[in-house]
Design a protein around this ligand. Structure first.
Ligand code: AHM
Ligand code: MG
Length: 342
């Protein structure tokens, strides 16, 4: 890794190029995908920042003062990502939480050797109350032989991701990504429109501080999950209690715990036996990042990154954060944790 001091000004473009130079065999295609995602992120950030003005500038499906048609933000984010990514010649297909099937590259554009999976605007129901939302993305190498991307290219276990990241649209906009050499964070400087390196080589604190869980589902949890949550809260006397913090916006909850330490849990419950969160668009990319930061992620019985997906929109229970807390989950839920940490 190229070392930078806390005061060097390093743009995301320069950082990606420097990382690429460490791999003489790299073709630059992956770097190109990351630039394009960063560009889409800036476009989405600019729109999200104006979200509170939607009523003033025009209502849904009506023309606003700029002559644009107002769109729901999640639809805008989805289309922005597709338009930013479909013509670069680096992808052979995409998949989005917002679309039922594979998104093919239009015939007039070249197909590349990667697939991109994304959740364009996670937590978008929080926009109305000015709570942070996020974009999550995952990049896999194409494994099938033809030119176009196929379902088999999408349904690969998360450990085969070559890059993953998220963007948090909060009090500032941040992009955190990994290509398997640590997790690095960049903050958007809106005055110059650049993502600047602000959090090189993020490490999740070894001592957890936070527990993020929606415990309004407690009545529907199985007994071992209830016991685990009592453990996290220090109610069984086995550990120091964690502090409960739940935004209800996945990227914001993960981001806080990544920097502050702790665990995020979205267990299965009797009403949602497979949990709520999506393996390919949410759990896999976030698990890759958290593992690269020295943490871990499980569905309770298996490491998230080892799960073989069978369906594009598959859901999974998720316990993700510091190794100690995730190990506690696997011990109490009957799983075995392998390959934790980076
Ligand atoms: P979405 O993809 O429909 O936006 O839902 C995902 C969101 C996550 O951001 C968040 O962690 C979770 O749903 C919250 O769910 P709940 O309200 O059940 O706690
Ligand atoms: Mg989502």
């Amino acid at each position: 890794m190229v070392q930078h001091t806390a005061t060097s000004v390093v743009t995301i473009e320069r950082y990606i190029i420097e990382q690429e130079r460490l791999h003489p065999e790299a073709t630059g295609e992956l770097s190109g995908i990351l630039y394009d995602v960063a560009l889409a992120a800036k476009m989405i950030a600019s729109k999200v920042r104006r979200a509170g003005l939607a009523d003033i500038l025009g209502s849904a499906d009506a023309e606003n003062v700029q002559g644009e048609i107002q769109q729901k933000l999640d639809v805008f984010a989805n289309e922005t990502l597709i338009r930013a990514m479909d013509h670069g010649g680096r992808l052979c297909a995409m998949a989005s939480e917002e679309e039922p099937g594979i998104i093919q590259i239009p015939d007039n554009f070249r197909c590349g050797k990667y697939v991109l999976l994304f959740d364009p605007l996670d937590g978008s129901s929080n926009i109305d109350v000015n709570v942070p939302v996020g974009t999550i993305f995952s990049v896999m190498r194409k494994i099938t032989r033809g030119t176009r991307g196929e379902m088999e290219d999408m349904l690969q276990p998360g450990r085969r991701q070559v890059a993953a990241g998220y963007i948090i649209y909060g009090s500032s906009t941040m992009l955190v990504y990994t290509t398997g050499q640590g997790a690095h964070g960049f903050t958007l400087d809106p005055s110059i429109g650049e993502f600047l390196l602000s959090h090189p080589d993020i490490r999740i604190p070894a001592v957890g501080r936070y527990l993020s869980v929606n415990d309004s589902y407690e009545q529907f949890w199985e007994e071992p999950v209830k016991a685990l949550m009592r453990r996290y809260r220090g109610l069984d006397g086995e550990r120091k209690p964690l502090n409960v913090r739940y935004v209800g916006s996945l990227v914001a909850d993960i981001h806080r715990n990544l920097l502050g330490g702790g665990v995020f849990a979205y267990p299965a419950n009797q009403k949602s036996p497979k949990g709520k969160l999506r393996l390919l668009y949410e759990a896999n990319p976030l698990s890759f990042i958290v593992e690269q930061a020295g943490g871990a992620a499980t569905n309770g019985t298996n490491r998230i990154l080892d799960i073989y997906p069978t369906d594009l929109h598959q859901r999974t229970p998720l316990y993700i954060g510091g190794v100690d807390e995730v190990e506690q989950a696997t011990a109490m839920l009957g799983g075995a944790l392998s390959n934790v940490g980076a």
